[in-house]
Design a protein around this ligand. Structure first.
Ligand code: ADP
Length: 492
């Protein structure tokens, strides 16, 4: 069942229940009131007639002995107005009746005698179904302190009955009409309320069909529920689009990164094959001396490119695992001062491998003792990436300083270089995957643009941060902040 239909039905049912309850209350109150009014009138009239007769018949001994045997009763037409009056004795005989009753028979009029004989008033309704409906109200007739019969006031209550049935017809008609109106208005309101939802469904449907993630919903009434839903939907779309774009970009970057080393490897293998076939087709069976000199060079290049691809794939795998949450960080106490010392020594070796002797100076600055809770190997990888970058992007004669400070709850490690520096517009982006300020230079130096992404992930996985400040042509400072571990073994 559609929400629209459900809303309409609920709306109509609720209004219907309210109207029916209201009608029942109005009808019962009116009916109780009208009947009480009629009975009160009859009681008052019967009381008046009875007391007038009591006075007039006082000391009339004949009436007392046998009310029927006398014609002493005054003319009771004086008392009858809209209603009729009759006097009945305890044998059930009608002693006198007002002329406005004519020959009209009053069914069951004897029914009241028993109660009246005991001094009680008695009323009942009779007639109806084609006959006039009557209220018969009986009170005792007292003469000289004894009850000699009953005074009965007979009221035609057809007008009350017809008033009530008219009111009930109006109420039923009114309720019915209101329900029809409520159903129409309810359906209209439900349609209006749900119209923006339909728009959302249509847009979502067309996005699914066309795959156009750049489309957005038109947000109206931002603060309303639908407005908030549209805003959330748009934000979700933007996120999906960003993820999609990033994924596309990543695939493009990876393909691009793999293509260059693969082409080099392929080219070198083809060169080797050509050399071999040239040797076989010539009469001599061994390689020429020129060729012999080239082979190690070719193989070295193949090895370098293979290693480059290996590093790239490992880095990619690490980031993919980090993204999916499959990579967990071992948490054990790590002495950061010892680790930094190891990095320092490794950096010296790296400089010796990568650069001409004495081209760069590596310095160990402040070195507080400090511990963190983390994964020693990942932290080593983080620091090595920073140092590796510093070595790559600092020209000869530069200085690289490693520094460790224990600042209250933080262990702050900085890697400072006097290298190329990074321009402010690039500074925000260098932690993004495959981002390199100078692609050619980075590649030449063996970089793939993933190093700092890994640094950022490892820092954050340890509850830390990585920041950079830099000035072009002057140098950069990468600052790593990790939560200090103050376990028992932590020596400060
Ligand atoms: P890469 O493999 O290219 O070094 P990274 O993610 O480690 O990738 O670094 C991204 C980019 O940030 C580098 O290409 C380089 O342009 C810049 N960069 C990183 N470290 C430094 C530094 N110490 N000095 C100058 N530029 C740097």
């Amino acid at each position: 069942m559609s929400i629209r239909l459900r809303l309409t039905l609920w709306y109509t049912a609720l209004l219907g229940a309210t109207l029916i309850l209201f009608s029942v209350i109005v009808y019962s109150a009116l009916s109780t009131n009208l009947w009480a009014q009629v009975e009160q009138d009859a009681a008052r009239q019967a009381g008046e007639v009875a007391s007038a007769l009591t006075q007039q018949l006082q000391f009339d001994i004949l009436v007392i002995r046998n009310p029927r045997s006398t014609m002493q009763f005054p003319d009771i037409d004086l008392f009858a107005s809209a209603s009729g009056v009759q006097i009945v004795d305890f044998d059930g005989m009608i002693v006198k009746r007002s002329s406005n009753l004519g020959a009209m028979s009053v069914p069951d009029y004897r029914m009241a005698l028993d109660a009246v004989q005991h001094g009680e008033n008695y009323n009942y309704y009779t007639g109806g179904a084609g006959e006039p409906e009557l209220l018969v109200y009986s009170v005792p007739l007292v003469v000289n302190d004894s009850i000699v019969g009953a005074v009965q006031v007979i009221k035609n209550v057809d007008s009350v009955r017809s008033t009530l049935s008219q009111v009930s017809r109006y109420l039923i008609l009114g309720t019915g009409l209101s329900l029809v109106l409520a159903a129409i208005v309810g359906a209209f309101l439900a349609r209006r309320t749900l119209a923006p939802l339909n728009a959302i469904t249509r847009t979502a449907g067309s996005i699914t069909q066309t795959g156009d993630l750049s489309r957005r919903l038109n947000v109206q009434e931002e603060q309303s529920e639908i407005g908030r839903l549209s805003t959330t939907f748009n934000a979700m779309l933007a996120q999906i689009q960003q993820l999609f774009d990033t994924q596309q970009q990543l695939i493009a970057d990876v393909s691009h990164e793999l293509r260059t080393p693969l082409t080099t490897v392929q080219g070198n293998v083809q060169l080797l094959q050509r050399m071999l076939s040239a040797t076989e087709s010539s009469s001599g069976r061994s390689l020429t001396s020129e060729m012999t000199e080239q082979v190690p060079e070719i193989l070295a290049e193949v090895e370098i490119e293979s290693m480059r691809m290996n590093t790239l794939i490992n880095d990619l795998l690490l980031l993919a695992q980090a993204d999916s949450g499959a990579l967990s960080i071992q948490k054990e106490p790590v002495e950061m001062d010892t680790l930094l010392l190891e990095i320092y020594l490794q950096a010296q070796r790296l400089v010796d491998q990568m650069r001409t002797a004495g081209a760069l100076t590596i310095r160990l600055g402040n070195e507080d003792q400090a511990m963190v809770l983390g994964d020693r190997e990942r932290l080593r990888q983080l620091l090595l990436n920073l140092v590796d970058n510093a070595i790559k992007y600092t020209p000869d004669g530069g200085v690289i300083t490693l520094d460790l400070k224990h600042e209250k709850e933080w262990v702050v490690i900085s890697v400072t270089d006097t290298g190329l520096g990074i321009s402010p517009e690039n500074l925000e982006q260098i932690f993004a995957r495959f981002y390199r300020t100078d692609k050619a230079r980075s590649r030449e130096l063996g970089g793939s643009g993933l190093g700092l992404s890994i640094v950022k992930w490892i820092a954050e996985a340890h509850g830390g941060t990585i920041d950079v400040t830099s000035t072009l042509s002057k140098g950069s400072v990468f600052t790593l902040r990790l939560p200090a571990y103050s376990g028992e073994t932590a020596g400060v």
